[in-house]
Design a protein around this ligand. Sequence first.
Ligand SMILES: NC(=O)c1ccc[n+]([C@@H]2O[C@H](COP(=O)([O-])OP(=O)(O)OC[C@H]3O[C@@H](n4cnc5c(N)ncnc54)[C@H](O)[C@@H]3O)[C@@H](O)[C@H]2O)c1
Length: 282
Amino acid sequence: MSARVSVVLGAGRGIGAATAERLARRGDAVVLVDRAGDDRRLSYSMASTSDLERAQAATRRAAAAAGAGGDGDGDGDGDGDDRVIALRADVTDPAALSSALETAEARFGGIDAIVVTAGVIAGGVPLWEMPHAELRAVIEVDLEAVITAARLGIPALLRRPAPRNGRFIAVASTAASRGLPMLAAYCAAKAGVVGLTRALAAELRGTGITANTVSPGSTDTAILEQSARLYDLPSAAAFAAQQPIERLIRPEEVAAVIAHLAGPDSGAITGADHAVDGGLAI
Ligand SMILES: NC(=O)c1ccc[n+]([C@@H]2O[C@H](COP(=O)([O-])OP(=O)(O)OC[C@H]3O[C@@H](n4cnc5c(N)ncnc54)[C@H](O)[C@@H]3O)[C@@H](O)[C@H]2O)c1
């Protein structure tokens, strides 16, 4: 069987980069997509171009280590180069996202899994005091871009001939199920993603394509560092105590669950939200 093709949106660092690496290690061809540049509406940095290059290099090393599937570039050097590509695209821009998906399909002959990890955070004040530009950034990236990714990406998953094992996975958050003060817009967007994905699962009935969300708790990435700043905490480590596991979650631990859902063995799981939250939501 030829390798599965997975597209990871927001793969420049953090959970997305860990997911890309994990998928390549188990033999998928992987397309990493990230805006790789800052969003002027937000007061913290997004992944940079060098972050995206680093994530691509790590994913290529993982593809090379996967070995058995070969690296597919026909030159037999096993370096993983053409099983893994990175593209710059802003997921809130439908034309850019569409072009990235077209490139993935053309390059690898189709798409089997789309994982939306791109996300931003803003808040730190009650909703009614939140600057409009920050509100728009949260709703556009955390909710509208997931809707766009589904509208543009699911037709690509459907273009695979039946019987399919297509997968649409969006990263939501514990914020989807808990009312976190000073993060109301983020909570609204993430709850929207869970609702959206549940409905997609019903719409995808009988297609062989599943739709799921993964909801991390406090995970050691740049978003959590920004959350600590929003709450005036000394560092992200302060969030560890609120989780029953009494530590932060590693991005690789979230990636492991996403990778299972993105694989061929998860066909009986659809419309579900999967907490990887160290018990934060209980
Ligand atoms: N870290 C946590 O504690 C935590 C908890 C719950 C949910 N999440 C969610 O996990 C997902 C991944 O976040 P992370 O923790 O790895 O943080 P992160 O900031 O390290 O990663 C987010 C990535 O998304 C990219 N991105 C942002 N806007 C984009 C856009 N418009 N187009 C393309 N790429 C864009 C960034 O450049 C970055 O590479 C997010 O959806 C986040 O909301 C994180």
